[in-house]
Design a protein around this ligand. Structure first.
Ligand code: PMV
Length: 355
């Protein structure tokens, strides 16, 4: 057990009969990808992500004292009762009970919604688990834990990680690193840490992220299955080393504002993630024909115009277009004219990094 996250509350401090807390947490997009994990959601390599602005989850968590000695959770998603969501939350509660001692003392009702459409293929597990973890830490504080702001966020990140790995990076704004290494001070496998704003060139704080919704709906292989396929993967060890090397290479790039080097690195990361999927056994492909077609169009545009437009991919078919505000006007005309056609139903989401 991780001693530093064990609560200082005793059962006698569960004196509040009922109450309610709220949290809002954004989604994040990784630049260096987490792909592969050990027991208890410990990552096999370090990762770093931008926290987004417009794509978020909002959660209200109501709690009411009860007598029974089990977990009781009722979930409402966009106003509708969703019994199918409860098992995931119960599994999460089971994992974190050692750190959140009041989970069996209360009956919980979760009301949650996302700012992005449910069917968009944007993963809501990072923003959702982060929002829920932030709510739980608020309750812990209301019951008397009195954690400082910094301790509260660290604990929320630690708990969110146990819900969904990358969720630990959604607790903070800016660029967030997760995974222990010897080149970022304070880095940890247990929680995300904010990469210092002073180490980031201003240009990287202006980035837009336009998400092309190439394929809306459920992806064919979940990230849990994908992570597990990195066990016994013939290229896994090299990949884990390379991810850490890429993060280390990113440090001077972030500092000196070299957008081209940044773009090359993140595109390589994205394609490596998908290459790992294709080399898994069994193999799987999450890109769709339109993902590839849009990427080819993007490369063609960049060669012709020299505009600073780059991409990254999540574990799915959608494309995150990353570009600095200085080029946004022209790039957004290109997206509307040329790339929109590759989106299912012509849909894309305009987002920005969150500093
Ligand atoms: O947090 P998970 O288990 O859904 O995994 C997320 C993995 C990627 O999104 C592909 C990469 C990342 O670092 O976010």
């Amino acid at each position: 057990m991780e001693q530093q996250f064990i609560s200082n509350l005793s059962t006698t401090s569960f004196s509040i009969e009922e109450g309610s807390v709220n949290a809002k947490s954004p989604s994040n997009i990784a630049l260096v990808k987490y792909w592969g994990k050990k027991k208890n959601q410990i990552p096999t390599n370090s990762s770093i992500s931008y926290t987004l602005t417009n794509s978020y989850t909002e959660t209200e968590l109501k709690f009411k004292k009860k007598q029974s000695d089990n977990f009781e959770v009722e979930v409402y998603f966009e106003g509708e009762k969703k019994d199918s969501f409860s098992p995931k939350i119960i599994t999460f509660f089971e994992r974190i009970i050692d750190y959140v001692p009041f989970l069996k003392a209360y009956k919980f009702t979760v009301h949650t919604h996302n700012s992005f459409p449910h069917s968009s293929g944007i993963a809501s597990s990072a923003s959702g688990m982060s929002a829920l973890a932030l709510c739980l830490v608020q309750i812990e504080n209301n019951l008397g834990a009195n954690l400082s702001e910094e301790e509260s966020l660290k604990k929320a990140s630690f708990l969110a990680r146990l819900g969904s790995g990358s969720a630990c990076r959604s607790v903070f704004k800016g660029l967030i690193e997760w995974g222990e290494n010897n080149f970022i001070k304070g880095s940890s496998d247990l929680y995300g840490t904010k990469y210092p704003d002073t180490e980031i060139h201003e240009v990287f704080k202006t980035f837009h992220d336009t998400i092309l919704l190439i394929h809306e709906g459920q992806k064919s292989v979940s990230s849990t299955v994908g992570h597990n396929l990195m066990n016994n993967h013939p290229y896994a060890e090299r990949r884990f080393v390379e991810a850490n090397e890429n993060l280390e290479k990113l440090i001077p790039i972030l500092k000196n504002g070299d957008v081209k080097a940044f773009g090359e690195l993140i595109e390589h990361e994205a394609l490596t993630l998908h290459a790992m999927m294709m080399m898994s056994n069994p193999a799987f492909i999450l890109m769709k024909p339109n993902t590839v077609a849009a990427l080819e169009k993007l490369w063609e545009y960049r060669n012709e115009t020299d505009r600073q437009l780059y991409f990254t991919l999540d574990a799915g078919a959608n494309i995150h277009l990353l570009y600095p505000a200085s080029d946004a006007l022209e790039i957004e005309i290109f997206i509307e004219k040329e790339l929109k056609a590759f989106c299912q139903n012509g849909n894309y989401i305009k987002d920005k990094v969150n500093f």
